[in-house]
Design a binder for this molecule. Structure first.
Ligand code: BES
Ligand code: MN
Ligand code: ZN
Length: 534
């Protein structure tokens, strides 16, 4: 028997909010007919130059006066709305602070762009025109500026409201942002950036939606449907494996978790062949897709358990990243493998003390059924290796210990290959998603030694995130591998910058950036020199 997962009626009855359009125009900013013109200012600037200077002049030095009065300081995200009273074409000017110039980068633009559109939405203003933040004295190239503006605006306006049956009249929708740049070539570069940024933000939103969906809707089957949609839109290969097939394949670790629920488990496989002539030029993206984690027989306490609807964030990120990869078409082969199931304490659930055998033959003693993520990932990693993948990145809301260690500011990274670890961290510097490496010293390995099996699935209270990663390392069979623990970063508890409360979409954009960076670096050298000793 399978639990019914009806398509939501609420989702259909309520109008989904209009999506934002961003266009790029080449024009003189003081001559644009717009409800709001957005200009910017670095902190500490006494007399604005560039586009902001031109507007200041047209307004008779009003911005300079407000700086002198201390009303405008230029702190990052500071917003000052000025009514122009017919002095220039735009009816309002919004001055946004960029913060100190030495701390300025594309991440500031993402944040500022989000704060601006949310500010305008609160004011009931639905259209605005902006200059390309940072493309002047900020030193960003125009394309990077356009991309960051688009990412910030789309991600910052995001709301998950499909189950609210009453219309939210407190805010209007923000519908249209126009970026102006006088120079035609620079305008073209900005437009290219806006396109890239919109693609990546919309993919992050796919992941956010999947994570925010309650578990009675976002079942493993629904995850498979979401992957199917990405595959059809992007022309990717797709295969969905069911329980019977997975048992045949010997995925005993994954199936041990899946046996406690009536909801069919799915192994979701997406394939992008960006370099078919060079199979060694590959990347495997592996995602934990626990659509609800009760803990199983080692049941979690009730307080806050509802957050465990988001225990499929790794899988959702991998599916969403494939959407960007399919669109941007980097020259690399990418295989995505998502292990999706519920972790439930059903009558046939696995018990503490059970021993399971993964696809590679290794055995695991299940000490705690709540340490289920590493079990499903073990088989997903084996599967990717069997498919010939030699460079692996897994993404998982794996341990509560990760939230204790690094909080919500950055994702924990562990791995067996310094180059790949650094490539993830570097990709994150470009996307604004932060990563921090934790050690994988051999000393920690003792913690997961078992008397009855090759290893046990928990290492006790010490170094919880590291022992989880050390178990995963047993299933990568010599491949270069990195593990991303997004237990903290996959959700946010408040709106800040381009994040809103709920799912963040981390690390979708970084996974796609990594694929691009690896494609540009070319296929890895055959000699596996950089792989750390076991
Ligand atoms: N999904 C949880 C980890 C988690 C906790 C993610 C909080 C996001 C927020 C994972 O399956 C889990 O339950 N881990 C256990 C492992 C323990 C039993 C060794 C944990 O962290 O408590
Ligand atoms: Mn768990
Ligand atoms: Zn879990």
């Amino acid at each position: 028997m399978t639990t019914a997962t009806p398509k939501s009626k609420a989702a259909k009855a309520v109008k989904t909010h209009k999506s934002l359009t961003i266009d790029v125009k080449s024009a003189d900013i003081t001559e644009i007919d717009t409800p709001a013109l957005v200009v910017n200012l670095f902190r500490g600037v006494k007399k604005p130059g560039g586009a902001t200077g031109a507007v200041d002049q047209a307004l008779g030095g009003l911005i300079t006066d407000l700086i002198k009065d201390g009303e405008i300081k230029g702190g990052a995200g500071e917003t000052t709305l000025i009514h122009t009273l017919g002095k220039i074409k735009p009816s309002r000017v919004l001055v946004v602070g960029l913060g100190p110039q030495d701390k300025f980068d594309s991440q500031v633009v993402r944040r500022v762009s989000a704060e601006v559109v949310r500010f305008l939405r609160r004011k009931g203003i639905s259209k605005a025109t902006t200059i390309a933040h940072g493309a002047g004295i900020g030193g960003l190239d125009p394309q990077a500026s356009g991309q960051a503006i688009a990412e910030g605006a789309h991600l910052g306006l995001y709301k998950f409201g499909i189950y609210l049956t009453k219309e939210d009249n407190s805010t209007n929708e923000f519908e249209k942002l126009t970026v102006v740049e006088q120079d035609k070539d620079r305008a073209m570069a900005i437009a290219a950036g806006v396109k890239l940024g919109s693609t990546s933000a919309q993919a992050s939103i796919i992941a956010r939606n999947m994570v925010n969906e309650p578990a009675n809707h976002m079942t493993p089957s629904r995850m498979a449907e979401a992957a199917q949609k990405v595959a059809s839109e992007q022309g990717l290969g797709i295969e969905i494996m069911d329980n019977v097939h997975m048992k045949e394949m010997g995925m005993g670790a994954f199936m041990g978790v899946a046996q406690g629920t009536n909801e069919p488990a799915k192994l979701i496989i997406l394939r992008y062949d960006g370099d078919p002539a060079n199979p060694e030029n590959n990347l495997g993206l592996i995602g934990k897709g626990i659509t609800f984690d009760t803990g199983g027989i080692s049941l979690k306490p009730p307080g806050g358990m509802e957050a465990m609807k988001g225990d499929m964030a790794g899988g959702a990120s991998v599916i969403a990243a494939m959407q960007i990869i399919g669109q941007n078409k980097p020259k690399i082969n990418v295989l995505a493998v998502i292990a999706a199931t519920e972790n439930m304490p059903g009558a046939s659930a696995q018990r503490p003390g059970d021993v399971v055998r993964a696809m590679n033959g290794k055995t695991i003693e299940v000490i705690n059924t709540d340490a289920e993520g590493r079990l499903v990932l073990a088989d997903a990693l084996c599967y990717a290796r069997e498919q010939g993948i030699t460079r692996l990145v897994d993404v998982a809301t794996l341990t509560g210990a990760m939230v204790t260690t690094l909080g919500k500011a950055c994702t924990g990274v562990m791995g067996n290959d310094d180059t790949l670890v650094q490539q993830i961290i570097d990709a994150g510097k470009k996307t604004g998603e932060k990563f921090w490496e934790l050690p994988m010293f051999d000393e920690y390995k003792d913690l997961i030694k078992s008397d009855v099996a090759d290893m046990k699935n928990t290492g006790g209270r010490q170094a919880g995130s590291i022992t989880a990663a050390l178990l995963l390392a047993e299933f990568v069979d010599g491949a270069a591998w990195v593990h991303l623990d997004i237990a903290g970063t996959s959700t946010s508890d408040r709106a800040s910058g381009y994040l809103v409360k709920g799912a963040t979409g981390v690390p979708v954009r970084t996974l796609a950036q990594l694929a691009t960076d690896l494609a540009e670096a070319g296929a890895p050298k055959k000699s596996k020199s950089k792989t750390k000793a076991k």
